[in-house]
Design a protein around this ligand. Structure first.
Ligand code: MG
Length: 210
């Protein structure tokens, strides 16, 4: 049994180059959405392409695991509550994201949240030194650096904690760098955070969903 997050709070458009590639601007404040915990799968589990979508895409991201309750926290308190870093893939039905006003369907299908094994990170570690690489069938599609985030990890956690209490075990998806693209049945997608690990998942067609 792998890591089972509580809440999964995600940040959209947190890298300027990725916002641009989809024709969007970086927002004035963090753009937040939720993925349901029921979407979680682990290393080696298959991402299933639902019948409802013709455009399922990978979003390799740096995941942050919360280690202490945060409520209306300042950035220093938020930083101190970062317990671990984890590879994750914010799998997205891009066509449904564009047609739906809300992103719940596009982001929320079963299997749309592959997560790796959280790796504890030191209190004095430089979070801006983190980087994330996403490969499809061994080919690099995304390579981003935390230092290029529009909003830093402590700022994100502080901001989220003004809205909702963050609990130990909650997962924050800190946004994806540029290079998002399609996943097709038969692909293998990998998300690597150097020093943290590699998360690998095959992709299959849906079996039976309405
Ligand atoms: Mg994302």
């Amino acid at each position: 049994m792998g890591y089972t997050p509580g809440k999964i709070v995600c940040v959209g458009r947190n890298y300027a180059a990725h916002a641009r590639e989809l024709g969007n601007a970086v927002p004035e404040r963090p753009l937040l959405f939720l993925k349901p915990p029921s979407a979680v799968i682990h290393e080696g589990d298959a991402i299933r392409i639902p019948a409802a979508s013709r455009q399922v895409e990978h979003e390799g991201e740096i995941g942050v695991v919360i280690g202490a309750r945060l409520r209306q926290a300042d950035e220093a308190t938020a930083r101190a509550a970062v317990q671990a870093v984890v590879c994750m893939n914010d799998v997205t039905a891009r066509d449904l994201q564009k047609t739906d006003g809300q992103w719940t369907r596009a982001k929320g299908f079963d299997t749309f949240c592959p997560v790796g094994t959280p790796v504890p990170i030191a209190q004095d570690a430089d979070l801006t030194a983190l980087e994330v690489i996403c490969r499809v069938n061994g080919e690099v599609r995304q390579h981003g650096y935390a230092r290029d985030m529009a909003f830093s990890i402590p700022f994100l956690l502080s901001t989220i904690s003004q809205i909702m209490t963050l609990e130990p075990g909650d997962l924050i998806a800190t946004g994806t760098p540029e290079g998002v693209g399609p996943l097709r049945s038969g692909d293998v997608v990998e998300v690597e955070i150097p020093g943290i690990g590699v998360l690998r998942n095959p992709v299959t067609e849906h079996v039976t969903d309405a």
